[in-house]
Ligand binder design. Structure first.
Ligand SMILES: [Zn+2]
Ligand SMILES: [Zn+2]
Length: 305
């Protein structure tokens, strides 16, 4: 990458068209899922499958948010080794790649946020409607099919030296399988039927993976397009209340880019941050310590005038 290109490049504007297309792309799959649930209620969906879908969603979202993101990537608290292992397993079950690879990509995102080298910026495209749609697709999930940015390994030198993390990363396919078998087994157990096994697999496994993927990827796309920017972070990160709730606190993304190592993303009392509440709960029972949160002075100093 030559320096001249880097200095000339600027993020594209987050215009109204981009917001409308992103809004449609993110809400239509959710609407489709809700419609499927309503239409299939009593036929191929009921309270058992709702519990499996919800339970597996929360468990694997905790794996991604508390584990992959706030612990392994940003080291925002300390925890015993067995909890590290559990968090790595739960995060792997979300099927977003092995923990080392996820952390490397995400550290690269913070280092180069909304610049050329950002692996999933919605803004790194040329002018024009078609290029904008391509940019949104790229930020949401297209980036997963692109080659990794060069030199990715240097972002995770610490994790590559950690035997537990390496082992957990190598066993990633096993954890994915376990994440599919658990809801299938529970579905069979609750209904005492093979149909229960199949529907448990579909709702607690496949549909849950779709939902966690879509919500996680929306942080990369929506939260760099829609929302407020209380902190001047030199990128396009935004606080988005809808994903603050849906993604259990991860939607307060401008706060996060301003204070990446903070275990708390919802910095205001009204910014619901379930992930931080879980970390606080872990600290209360001795399963987390040295929980990092910026001081009120640091927050005030960084806030936009
Ligand atoms: Zn971001
Ligand atoms: Zn982050």
């Amino acid at each position: 990458m030559n320096n001249e290109m880097q200095s000339e490049w600027r993020p594209t504007e987050t215009g109204l068209k981009m917001r409308i297309i992103n809004f449609a792309a993110v809400t239509i799959p959710f609407a489709g899922l809700v419609a499927a649930i309503i239409l299939l209620w009593g036929v191929a969906f009921n309270w058992v499958y709702l519990a499996l879908l919800g339970g597996m969603y929360v468990a694997t979202a905790i794996g991604i948010n508390v584990g992959y993101h706030r612990f392994f990537t940003h080291r925002s608290f300390k925890t015993p080794r067995f909890i590290e292992a559990i968090l790595a397993v739960l995060g792997s079950m979300a099927v977003e790649g092995p923990v080392i690879q996820w952390a490397a990509m995400h550290r690269c995102h913070h280092q180069h946020s909304d610049e050329h080298q950002d692996p999933h910026s919605p803004h790194s495209h040329d002018a024009g409607l078609w290029n904008m749609v391509r940019g949104l697709w790229h930020a949401h999930m297209g980036w997963l099919f692109r080659p990794h940015p060069p030199g990715l390994a240097r972002y995770v030198n610490d994790l590559r030296k950690d035997r537990l993390v390496c082992r957990m990363s190598k066993l990633f396919p096993l954890w994915v399988l376990v994440g599919l078998l658990i809801p299938a087994a529970l579905g069979g157990l609750f209904t005492l039927s093979w149909m229960g096994v199949l529907l448990g697999f579909i709702w607690g496994g496949l549909v849950r993976i779709f939902l966690v993927h879509h919500v996680t990827w929306s942080i990369n796309s929506v939260c760099h397009i829609w929302g407020t920017r209380p902190f001047d972070t030199h990128d396009e990160s935004r606080n988005n209340a809808i994903f603050g709730v849906l993604a259990l606190g991860e939607g307060w993304h401008n706060n996060h880019h301003a204070f990446p190592t903070s275990a708390r993303h919802g910095l205001r009392w009204w910014q619901l941050d379930v992930t931080y509440m879980i970390i606080r709960g872990m600290a209360m029972v001795g399963l987390a310590r040295d929980v990092r949160v910026p001081s009120a002075d640091r927050i005030a100093a960084k806030r936009c005038a």
